[in-house]
Design a protein around this ligand. Structure first.
Ligand code: NAP
Length: 379
């Protein structure tokens, strides 16, 4: 079986390759690597392949058409440009995609197999060929509280997000780091002088932040270091950011409710980019359909999958186990700060952290690839 990999150099793609190597996935198929910027160059070392593979042009439809499965982490412009052309020239392979472009198409499935494995399986059997990874906050949220949904306990949910810079891609993380360095640089002399006044440090840093321009804010558009951005993705004029809209649409699609309007579960959010480097956090408010004791709620949450774990609601464990730093690079989905709210017995709040490059992006794609390969071997 020939699997084409596009976008392997980016933020999601790099994490994907690392996971595929750790899990020995490359032993199961022949890999062909594509590039949109370096066709003819050398691809990555992978599996037991000796040397570096040749890179194919990511826009070469003939080379793409030869692949049984194409897995892309290249982004939505690439999918927009290539997918329909490939299908129109008769390609009938499987398309696995990190981008948003095809997620809500009628003939695609958003893959998050710990939550919707049976739906994925049914879809393969019925001839579905497009499997997309979900929005990162949606996938991480469902990995944390998916069991409350599948037990039909959620009346509605509201998420306030704290999303890392790497959610924007490789260049965004570099921009944040450059801004951080530049802020420190502007105050270094004062920082090293024990007699300097804190308000002088504060003033020079703020002046630097307010002067950021050009290349310094090329990707985020505004300063992020030492600040935050209360809008993520497009503004389509409704007052709801595209990221927030995805929260509702994609959660319901993963749960199989997107087409059943009367059964859809309200999912609202305010999505905020913060200056963390990797991993998204979310503060959740959930209105349950009934009043359940906290220990029962925690038990249900933990029954959801092998990666979610409840963190006891105390200062020490919350501080050490619920931060971006503690989850980055791991598949663990900790959820804590679980408490009843004064609003009423059915209202619960919680705080969860998850590596958005793993469960929020690369891992569901990697697992989807394996599901297809296993199915194909069986078939
Ligand atoms: P990215 O880091 O910007 O990478 C996308 C492509 O940009 C790469 O494959 C590479 O293509 C090119 N590129 C340009 N400058 C680069 C640099 N300095 N380093 C590495 N690659 C560079 O984007 P991404 O975050 O991986 O996102 C890919 C897709 O996944 C998007 O559709 C995104 O919405 C989705 N997604 C992202 C996340 C996330 O947390 N980042 C989560 C869920 C879904 P060439 O090698 O061909 O030049």
């Amino acid at each position: 079986m020939l699997v084409g990999l596009v976008g392997w150099r980016g933020m999601v793609g790099s994490v994907l390759l690392k996971r595929m190597t750790e899990e020995n996935d490359f032993s199961k198929f022949e890999a062909r690597f594509f590039s949109s910027s370096n066709a003819g160059g050398e691809g990555p070392q992978h599996g037991s392949f000796e040397g570096r593979p040749k890179l194919y042009d990511a826009y070469d439809l003939c080379a793409l058409k030869e692949c049984d499965i194409l897995l892309t982490c290249q982004g939505s412009s690439y999918t927009n440009c290539v997918y329909h052309k490939l299908v129109s020239i008769g390609w009938r392979g499987y398309w696995i995609d990190a981008a948003k472009t095809l997620r809500l198409h009628e003939t695609s499935v958003i893959a998050l197999d710990p939550i919707n494995y049976s739906f994925i399986k049914k879809s393969i059997d019925s001839g579905i060929k497009v499997f997309c990874g979900g929005n990162c906050t949606v996938s991480c949220m469902l990995m944390a509280v998916g069991a409350l949904f599948t037990h039909n306990l959620v009346d509605w949910i509201f998420s306030s997000t704290y999303q890392a810079a790497s959610g924007g891609g490789a260049n965004h993380i570099k921009e944040l780091l450059a801004q951080m360095g530049s802020l420190y640089g502007s105050s270094e002399k004062l920082m090293k002088d024990p007699a300097s006044k804190i308000l002088d440090i504060d003033r020079v840093v703020l002046e630097k932040q307010q002067q950021f321009g050009g290349e310094e804010i090329k990707y985020f558009g505004v300063p992020l270091a030492g600040s935050l951005i209360p809008w993520i993705d497009k503004d389509e004029g409704s007052g709801i950011s595209l990221e927030e809209w995805k929260g509702f649409a994609e959660t319901n699609k993963i749960l199989g409710l997107y087409e059943k309007q009367s059964k859809q579960i309200p999912v609202d959010s305010t999505c905020v980019r913060v200056g963390s480097l990797r991993s998204h956090c979310q503060s959740l408010v959930i209105k349950l359909r009934k009043d359940l004791p906290l220990n029962e709620i925690e038990k249900i949450i933990e029954s959801g999958n092998d990666w979610v774990r409840v963190v006891p609601n105390n200062k020490a464990e919350s501080e050490t186990q619920l931060s971006p730093v503690s989850v980055s690079g791991t598949l663990s989905i900790p959820i804590g700060r679980i408490k009843k709210l004064k609003l009423g017995r059915e209202y619960v709040s919680a705080f969860t952290a998850g590596d958005q490059l793993l469960w929020g992006a690369a891992e569901p794609l990697r697992r989807m690839l394996n599901i297809l390969i296993d199915e194909n071997c069986r078939g």
